[in-house]
Design a protein around this ligand. Sequence first.
Ligand code: GLN
Length: 465
Amino acid sequence: MSFKAAISRLNRLPLIQKEYNFLTSVNHNAERQLNESSKSAVHYPLKNLLCAIKDNIATSDLPTTCASKVLENYTSPFNATIVDLLKTAGAVSIGKTNLDEFGMGSGGTNSHFGATRNPLFPQQDFIVGGSSSGSAAAVAADVVDFSIGTDTGGSVRLPAAFTSIYGFKPSYGRISRYGVVAYAQSLDTVGIMSKSLDTIEKVFEVLNKSDQKDPTCLDDGIRSRLHTSSKLKGKLRVGLPLEFTPNGIPKELQVKLLKVLENIQERGHEIFPVSIPDIKNSLPIYYTLATAEAASNLSRYDGVRYGMRELGSDIIEDILYAPTRAHLGQEVKNRIVLGNHNLSSESFNNHYIKAQKLRVKLIDEFDHIFKCSNVLTGSEGNEQGVDVLLCLSSIGKPIPITKYNNATSKDPINCYINDIFTTPISLAGLPAISIPTGPSETVGVQLVGQFGDDFTVLRAAREIS
Ligand code: GLN
């Protein structure tokens, strides 16, 4: 991207924002910063690249709202590690992107700032998919070269599929989460979205680093032991999980998946049907564990330590924080209630512990499928196993926002079902990328690798793109 082209993008920003509502705040210093980095003699790896940062990632120059009324006026005193890394590499942020409040949602509609609209459906008000809705829209509308999202159960991959771009969620712990507002920290990852695989690789190189400030970020010792299943050339062994091809998938999506499979075979790679039986339990496991973690994480928004406070009516007699916490959105409140229920003595064993056990079983099943070893679990890998798995990114396509809202208000399951193909991968912490099945095509497929085998996933993405 040339400096001139970047400036012309910045000029289009107000118009695009009006159409798609993808930003929660704008960096008014972007032009100056671009000027400075472009004139500098230093060779910045991300020079002249514009980016946008999801608004659940801490920045000291712009508010960090998580698209919540509760944090409407909150500005962090520090930058997230990734924000500093991107700046040091020469990237310039245009602002913070809209999202489902605290990352909870699959449509990009649960935002205090209103829904993000999908740039692939101009003037039609279609969902972008969530929760990294604004980050996906920024890339799709061509105002940035890449954007940063977070993916707890699919929030980078689903909106990437719905906007026909690449959405890469690296292995859990690859990218620092220091300064990323926690939703469910055993699942939260930072992801990269772009129309260009080259750009994704470049940005990943900048962000793929250990960080002492984040204890869950892989340290250099572990990084040196991470294996890769395939050399950079040669045939790939691609697994097709049978549980990911249920009959309920619309015909159109099945046809798209078949085309991708044909393309893979034509390029000389091999396809193997595989079975991962516990995939079918992923949605209940995910919504048990993610809500439990969220209930605990979100207890900090009490108006004392963070965010707004309902003065006058809060902390009076036995009312405590309720009036302040009433400002959380409905979906966030639902999940806090569900999470606390799952953690209560009555259901702890039956829900939370059961879900943890099933999660371990699921990870074990993934370990049996991959050729590559898993440094975290000690699995040595399966000689006959596959390099990557392939499946759809979603069970449907983008729909009008009103239709989506009606369906989810009738029954939240209508929203949760969108995560059926993405949550198993998050539960196992595996690297995955959503790839468009064609230009402007809003159906994506995911390539998934063994834990730590991110480079094979990226290589496979090149092979089938
Ligand atoms: N849709 C899922 C949820 O609401 C995933 C969200 C995410 O990855 N942040 O939990």
